[in-house]
Design a protein around this ligand. Sequence first.
Ligand code: FCB
Length: 452
Amino acid sequence: MSRFANDFVFGVAASAYQIEGAWDEDGKGESIWDRFVREPGRILDGATGDVACDHYHRFPEDVALMASAGIPAYSLTTAWTRIIPDGLGPVEPRGIAFYDRLVDELLENGITPYVTLYHWDLPQGLQDRGGWANRDTVDAFARYADVMSAALGDRVKHWKTHNEPWVASFIGYRDGSFAPGHTDFSEALTAAHHILLSHGRAVPVIRANVPDGEVGIVVDCRPSVPATDSAEDVAAQQHFDGFRNRWFFDPIFGKGYPSDMVEAYRERGRFDAEQPPFVLPGDLDEIAVPIDFIGINYYTALEVAAGAEETEDTGIAPGPNPPDGYTEMGWPIVPSALTAFLKRIHDDYGATDIRVTENGASYSDGPGPDRAVHDERRIEYLRVHIQAVADAIELGVPVTGYFVWSILDNFEWALGYSQRFGLVWVDHETGERVPKDSLAWYGEVIATRSPD
Ligand code: FCB
């Protein structure tokens, strides 16, 4: 039986656009997601986050649900457009007042707030100037980080600059299925660089405002294996890993951009110079600013075959690497890949404090005749992944926290409300909340410090 140390932090996570609603209330500005969801065909069933879970108005109920299960930590994200509505102009005090109330409510309920500054909802005013492809967005972000950390830093001690820079840049600017919906690989590379640079620039700002706090960044990871041991598949997997993981982890940990990928991108015409032209002198040092912890979000792992080295559509097929089933996202369940990836981050980068900042599963189980939600499959998914974290700790990897995505069923981006990741079921018509069995189960895990 695995037991987690008393200082290991268990929590839950959610993000502003996915739950808050109140999309134009109290002076909030338009974000790229507010704009994107209104473009025909972008979101399944034409769904929007205009109301979402109405957390903006119902947050005391949501905090009470967390408290009822004994959840000690909540990772929230702040909406930049509530604070600086157009990204550049004056600060909106009503936006700050909302997060003041939320943080106070959490603290009164004994829940430690963790705050992430960017979870993809860029002010449209900045997008109109090029968004993350414009280097000026870096300073706009540092200003926003300054305002937020100055406002909340007396009570919030745990800060994260960005959530998933790969998704923000590549799904937003290359794939086009997330806001702002562009499809330009070179622009995505530039955006990714500016996001990383804005992390580097914001960290010292947050530290100055919250000297007794800690700051890190959250990187999404996609472990993978070659589909076969052919030289082509092995090379494709190496490329995929560089594209998806190393391009982000390497510069954050001071290794600069991986040279094999710089060469591959140059050969593929992603930039027309020896080195990426968007990298200016000093940038890599700034990105490599020391951090207190690295967060990784983990959901699934892939098998990569030649030709698929820059895609995500190859699940681990039955064969040499059969998954333990699939979630309703269609994602293969591969808990051992989480253990291995945590170990790798420690081994390759010397990370001394690693947290799983998101992990969870989409299953659509809803209330039965007894009004209870028996989401056994989610419990099993979480159980094997918490065990995978315990396995990493057993191997000597310094993992210090684990956060379930998500507390509530919420707006799952381009998939609208079709996917349910919550520990709490939400009726998206009425806003009613129904705790799932997994919420009570997770409370037990926390109380006993064991998933068994
Ligand atoms: C992560 C996102 C989060 C949610 C989960 C399912 O990539 O950070 O907002 O969509 O996936």
